[in-house]
Design a protein around this ligand. Structure first.
Ligand code: GLN
Length: 539
């Protein structure tokens, strides 16, 4: 018999966007702090095989794993909260599950049987969950089922939870993260929507083992008792998750509510005492960081009706925060809409640094180029990530090297000076419209040049960074750039690809072809962000 593995499914009730991912990740963190091995699986109910082909404006950030999977931003939460690498095996979508069932059927993998939605699809889900648990040798695997109960889309995943629980009742828990509104006009917390959510889960054949109640306030004892009656969940299995000033407080809040101890007891886990010292230190440093540092983030922001969404840059934001807190500063993000900037051509002087994150396509590009020019000329610290690096190169070519027709062939295929061009291996893929999962994805080694700022910041001769792009710096222009002070300080081991650029005689002007934001962790800020933030405080 192998090692015992346990599973905690997390479902959502009432509405999406209440922080199911953070709650799940925090549960993972407090279990890990007891010495347990924890991993997390995210299930997205859509048909897309991965998140790579989805518009981030609609879907939020596309998070890239070390092994090159294009996943949901919740995977980022898991990496940050668990401080573990989460891999391809940890992520599935309806599309991915169906694809493998169909492929197996086509290769006679079901031995001539009728292949049915139930049980074959949930069985595939279960085998994927178990594979992830095994791969990470986890004592506890947390499985977050995307969406909310009652949606048609995630029924088969609930079915997988139900079937797993029948198979191994002692090793499986199901939690519901629900929302309890406090309507302004009433001034009272209402439990009825959560009661309905539990009933809906019941109709899928599942009684939740615990409920995490997200709300603006704590759930008082009176309401816990009421919920216990109506939800058939004991009052001590109902946990409050009130709004907090930072997501990094959630593990502490969950621990104080007793969630960790309760889960350990229910699953009869052999665990140590919780050790949240690192988390407490972090939240203290967040609270103590009073002096602001203002970072302008130049991006494409999406209006969704009357609301503005900036989820697409989640990891970038977190990375700025990690670095700022670690040097005792309070991060203030100034959203600069790249499209607006094209029209106004004005950037407030009241910012300490400019960051241009990754992106695709033509919208806002000239605005981002303008931001790079402003930072270069006014000697304001600049950090360009992926597209932000490419556009800084275009700016430099146009205004320092006087190459008026400098551009990326992504936008202008016949540019007079294609300083950014398609990588060789990408040409064929683009011709065949093979867009899904076909970029340069995942971790690659980057060699750092001696004496460079990059080398100093990283403190190593070679590092690994995660990538997600099709275009690259055109090496034909390297010499011209370097002669004028924009040097390649990081390159691929074969010397073919420019991975990091930096400007001489500037307080801080760097661009990286990679996405360092995927590697920053709350306890371990990323060296490039740290260097950037440092420079921003020196102004
Ligand atoms: N659009 C650019 C490319 O494909 C940059 C991608 C990015 O910023 N992730 O190379």
């Amino acid at each position: 018999m192998g090692k015992r593995r346990t599973y905690i499914f997390i479902t959502g009730g009432v509405m999406s966007g209440v922080g199911k991912g953070v709650a799940s990740a925090s549960l993972g963190a407090i279990l890990k702090s007891r010495g347990l091995r924890v991993t997390a699986v995210k299930i997205d109910p859509y048909i897309n095989v991965d998140a790579g082909t989805m518009n981030p404006v609609e879907h939020g950030e596309v998070f890239v794993t070390r092994d090159g999977d294009e996943t949901d931003q919740d995977i980022g939460n898991y990496e940050r909260f668990l401080d573990e690498d989460i891999l391809k095996v940890n992520y599935m979508t309806t599309g991915r599950v169906y694809l493998s069932v169909i492929q197996r059927e086509r290769t006679l993998g079901y031995g001539g049987k009728t292949v049915e939605v139930v049980p074959h699809v949930p069985q595939e889900v279960i085998s994927r969950i178990k594979l992830a648990a095994k791969h990470h040798d986890a004592d506890v695997t947390i499985i977050e089922i995307g969406g909310t109960v009652g949606e048609y889309q995630n029924v088969l995943f609930l079915e997988a939870a139900r079937m797993m629980r029948i198979e191994t009742p002692d090793d499986v828990l199901v939690g519901l993260v629900s929302y309890l509104p406090v309507p302004g006009a009433l001034g009272e917390m209402k439990t009825k929507p959560t009661q309905y959510a539990v009933r809906t889960l019941n109709s899928a054949g599942i009684q939740p083992d615990f409920v995490i109640g997200r709300s603006t306030h704590r759930i008082d004892d009176l309401r816990k008792k009421k919920m216990a009656v109506h939800c058939s969940v004991q009052a001590e299995d109902i946990f409050s998750a009130p709004d907090v000033s930072s997501v990094y407080e959630v593990p502490r809040v969950m621990e104080e509510e007793g969630l960790g101890a309760r889960v350990v007891k229910k699953l009869k886990l052999r665990a140590g005492k919780p050790d949240l010292r690192a988390w407490n230190k972090l939240t203290k440093s967040i609270a103590n960081a009073k002096k602001p540092v203002r970072i302008g983030v130049v991006g494409k922001y999406a209006a969704s009706g009357d609301f503005n969404l900036s989820d697409a840059y989640l990891s970038v934001l977190e990375s700025i925060k990690h670095a700022a807190w670690s040097i005792g500063r309070k991060p203030e993000i100034v959203w600069i809409d790249a499209g607006e900037l094209e029209k106004t051509k004005k950037i407030s002087k009241k910012i300490d640094g400019i960051l241009v994150p990754g992106g695709f396509g033509s919208r806002g590009v000239e605005g981002k180029i303008l931001a790079a020019k402003f930072a270069r000329e006014k000697k304001i610290p600049y950090l360009g990530l992926c597209y932000g690096m490419q556009l800084a190169c275009i700016e430099f070519a146009r205004h320092v090297l006087h190459m008026r027709g400098a551009h990326t062939t992504e936008i202008q295929p016949d540019a007079a000076h294609p300083v950014i061009h398609l990588m060789n291996e990408q040409e064929e893929k683009m011709k065949n419209k093979s867009y899904g999962g076909s970029m340069r994805l995942g971790s690659y080694i980057c060699r750092l040049k001696k004496g460079s700022r990059a080398r100093k910041l990283y403190g190593e001769a070679a590092v690994e960074e995660r990538h997600r792009h099709r275009y690259e710096f055109n090496p034909d222009y390297r010499q011209a750039f370097e002669q004028k002070g924009l040097v390649v300080s990081g390159e691929s081991p074969d010397g073919m690809l420019a991975e990091i650029i930096e400007l001489k005689n500037h307080p801080f002007f760097m661009g990286t072809q990679a996405h360092p934001e995927f590697l920053s962790r709350p306890f371990k800020p990323h060296p490039l962000f740290l260097g950037f933030l440092h420079a921003c405080t020196k102004k």
